[in-house]
Design a binder for this molecule. Structure first.
Ligand SMILES: C[S@@+](CC[C@H](N)C(=O)[O-])C[C@H]1O[C@@H](n2cnc3c(N)ncnc32)[C@H](O)[C@@H]1O
Length: 401
């Protein structure tokens, strides 16, 4: 089935469920669960999965989860319970009617830490490094571009993030007759990958620690399976190198992600590349890059504070680490390299301003020789709130000593 036919098919099922009738699609569904007690009937009866990915996902309180092809939302609601009030679960589905059904089910369940998004799993409408866990239930087999789905899952996961899905796989390539027989019995078999193809595509996307566990035998070599993999954590292979023109998109995306936290700056929108580049010194801009994936994970850059010769060795810096990649030592590696490069360039004072609430940034800077020289009290308004800015600076012990 082509993508549009698939969406029409599931939209029709969703409308039936919205009308209060039971739906079924190839024999799978609620039977895969034994933990649905407190869920609304609407969510349980609309279940069209082929397993229970939540049961094996080892979700922890506070985590962010994404369910690819969330349908009526059963796995989103089950995940929401596990991650608790400080976690968030996104459900993504290409069928607007399914999104409506899922929202209604969430409302009936009284669940507030969930968000249902309309979109495709081949182009996930979330930024990179946004989620801890990707789950899915009997959806990836339907996609006509599984490589894109797995690459997108990899992109949105944080380093060290987990991929755990239920899906239909085949033990070996099925001949046409076997495929047709299986398709008549359980549907959604047509696009299934073999176990080896799944492994190869996950590895090509960058995943490691791949395991595929067959959970139910549907005959003719067709199985339900739990597929698990991990996005590698940031290893020792972190490279700090000068920022290049080609880094523009990733640098600005990290800048925006930092601004979106509300703790980085009074600014709310990242500048254009032209504006960014015009105001920063070309020889004092660095990026931290994951050498395995080539991804930019953070950046540091400096601007001159004055055109007066007396201040020639004084710069103001900004440092941004992708919010999804913090606590991996990236900020420390970037700032250390920047300080060394600045001293090589004859800089004697590096200064900046940090919101008082940004304790992580203050600790990092203090650990590398910055001191707080004062607090500018309620110096500017940010989203309507007057905020303090701590002025920090690092006086070099070697330049102009
Ligand atoms: C077999 S149902 C599974 C629904 C749900 N995961 C469950 O376990 O009940 C497949 C779901 O995936 C959605 N879907 C299919 N292809 C998709 C795609 N390429 N992008 C996003 N959603 C898709 C369908 O609209 C449908 O809701």
């Amino acid at each position: 089935m082509a993508h549009d036919e698939i969406v029409d098919h599931y939209s029709a099922l969703a409308r039936t469920a919205l009308a209060g009738q039971r739906i079924t699609d190839g024999g799978f569904g609620p039977a895969c669960y034994d933990d649905t007690a407190a869920l609304p009937d609407g969510a349980v009866l609309a279940s069209l999965g082929c397993g229970n990915p939540v049961a094996v996902a080892d979700l922890r309180a506070g985590e962010t989860v994404l369910d690819l092809g969330s349908g009526g939302g059963i796995d989103v609601l089950l995940s929401a319970r596990r991650v608790g009030p400080h976690g968030t679960v996104f459900g993504l589905d290409a069928s607007p009617a399914m999104v409506d059904l899922a929202r209604r089910n969430a409302e009936q369940a009284g669940t507030s830490n969930v968000r249902f998004l309309h979109g495709t799993i081949e182009a996930i409408p979330l930024p990179g490094h946004a989620v801890d866990v990707v789950i899915s239930n009997c959806v990836i087999n339907l996609s006509d571009d599984k490589a894109a789905v797995l690459a997108e899952a990899f992109r949105v996961l944080r380093p060290g993030g987990r991929f755990g899905v239920s899906d239909v796989v085949t033990a070996q390539v099925l001949d046409e007759q076997a495929r047709q027989r299986a398709e008549q019995r359980i549907g959604c078999v047509a696009g299934s990958l073999t176990v080896q193809e799944y492994r190869d595509l996950l590895a090509a996307a960058g995943f490691i620690a791949v395991t595929i566990t067959l959970t139910a035998d549907h005959g003719d070599g067709v199985h339900s399976a739990i597929v698990q993999a991990v996005k590698p954590a940031i290893g020792p292979g972190l490279e700090i190198r000068p920022m290049r023109e080609g880094d523009a998109e990733q640098v600005l995306a990290i800048y925006q992600a930092g601004l979106d936290t509300g703790q980085a700056s009074f600014e709310t929108t990242a500048p254009s590349w032209d504006a960014f580049t015009a105001s920063r010194l070309p020889h004092l801009r660095y990026v931290a890059v994951d050498v395995d994936s080539g991804e930019v994970l953070g950046w540091v850059a400096a601007a001159a504070v004055s055109a007066r010769p007396v201040y020639a060795g004084v710069v103001e810096h900004s440092i941004y680490v992708h919010p999804g990649c913090q606590a991996h030592g990236i900020g420390r590696a970037l700032l250390s390299a920047f300080i060394a490069a600045a001293e090589d360039a004859g800089v004697w004072t590096i200064q900046s301003g940090v919101f008082g609430e940004n304790t992580a940034s203050l600790s990092l800077h203090q650990a590398l020789g910055f001191r707080v020289v004062g607090t500018r009290e309620r110096v500017g308004r940010h989203h309507g709130v007057w905020r303090d800015v701590m002025l920090i600076e690092r006086r070099s012990a070697v330049i102009g000593a």
